[in-house]
Design a protein around this ligand. Structure first.
Ligand SMILES: [Zn+2]
Length: 373
């Protein structure tokens, strides 16, 4: 195990922010796994899970049972972790730029396409290495203009050539769920089975260049650009939503860490050993653009009528919004039905606020930007 501290560029004079990572296994060994927690710095369940993963990886490494290399970043966002206003932490948006920490990761497709155009071969294995080198080269050529961009480029650099990326987040109040690329579902469903997730939400592109989406999207885009060459997808990336923001406790973290370690072990095992799980795991998955988001049309107090983490039928009332001045009350009723996997922790909502989230399969959202702000 090796600890490396990376000092973020463009720090405030007199202050210094550091991203610490732990390396396990042999440098450069395959598969390479990258795990980070709390890119949204106020989403802390993953930090505790990363703490437990670290201890389990140490044991595996010392016993000689770790295949490949694992990089673990337990606190991915020291900028957001330190952002407080009036005693309240603000870990989702960067205070300087106003940008969501998990949007706008680099789009390297054009730069990489120009670099590899004359290098591609008829060997998928060769092309994998050519593209990974080009991705790294294209990233190094970017200019960072803020500490946020310095952070994003650093994290992207660490994960850019990883075979497997797990980005540990959580929702406001929620059951366990995953975000994944549609074509990566066979692998992601195995992770879902180990974790016991309530839902897997998938898309070809989520929109917004979130960390996992940006890492996978570039491979699929390059496949489209160069259809006459065999281009593999070099990275499986998943956003793991570890329940809600207040679901931080050692018992759950131990169980989640155990599940993730089992998944990593499965992922790094020889391909013949994987086939059985790939064929037997049938975790329910839902297209992300079929997620029903119930927003409140009025401002008011939220009273939830049923617990989340359950399957609901179309027509079920999930919450009542009360305007205490006008006396108006309004029911939020799911049209699609499905798995009621998340809800807003705030008990006061302004008009237009997204309140309840249901993974359904009957009502399609027509938008290129499938993620919440
Ligand atoms: Zn998040």
């Amino acid at each position: 195990m090796q600890r490396i501290d990376h000092v973020l560029a463009l720090s405030t004079p007199g202050a210094q922010l550091t991203v610490t990572r732990w390396h396990f296994g042999m440098l450069g060994a395959r598969p390479k796994v990258f795990i980070q927690a709390a890119l949204h710095a106020d989403e802390l369940p993953g930090v505790l899970v990363a703490h437990e993963i670290k201890q389990k990886l140490e044991v595996l490494e010392q016993a000689g049972l770790l295949r490949g290399e694992v990089i673990l970043v337990p606190v991915a966002n020291p900028i957001g972790l330190a952002q407080f206003q009036n005693s309240t932490q603000h870990g989702r948006f960067d205070g300087q730029t106003g940008r969501n920490f998990n949007r706008g990761f680099p789009d390297l497709v054009d730069a990489v396409a120009a670099l590899i155009e004359s290098q591609l071969t008829n060997s998928a294995e060769n092309n994998l290495h050519i593209i990974r080198d080009a991705l790294s080269c294209a990233l190094q050529q970017l200019t960072v203009n803020s500490q946020l961009e310095a952070l994003q480029c650093h994290l992207f650099d660490l994960a850019l050539d990883a075979d497997l990326v797990l980005d540990l987040h959580c929702d406001s109040e929620a059951d366990l769920h995953l975000y994944a690329h549609r074509e990566q579902l066979p692998i992601v469903q195995v992770l879902g089975a180990y974790l016991g997730v309530a839902a897997i939400l998938y898309a070809d592109e989520q929109g917004g260049q979130s960390f996992d989406d940006a890492l996978t999207r570039q491979w699929y885009q390059l496949k489209k650009r160069f259809p006459s060459y065999p281009i593999p997808v070099g990275c499986t990336a998943v956003t793991v939503e570890l329940r809600g923001q207040s679901d931080v406790n050692i018992k759950m973290a131990l169980a989640d860490a155990d599940a993730i370690i089992k998944f990593i072990s499965w992922h790094s095992s020889p391909s013949a050993n994987k086939v059985e799980a790939l064929h037997t795991v049938q975790q329910k998955s839902t297209p992300l653009n079929f997620t029903e988001i119930l927003a409140s049309p009025i401002s008011g107090i939220v009273s939830y009528t049923i617990s989340y983490g359950v399957e609901v039928s179309p027509g079920t009332c999930l919450a009542v919004i009360v305007n205490p001045i006008s006396g108006e009350t309004l029911e939020l009723i799911t049209q699609s039905g499905g798995i009621y996997y998340a809800r807003n922790a705030s008990r006061y909502v302004a008009a237009g606020t997204e309140v309840c989230f249901v993974a359904g399969d009957s009502i399609q959202r027509n938008t290129d930007n499938l993620l919440s702000s």
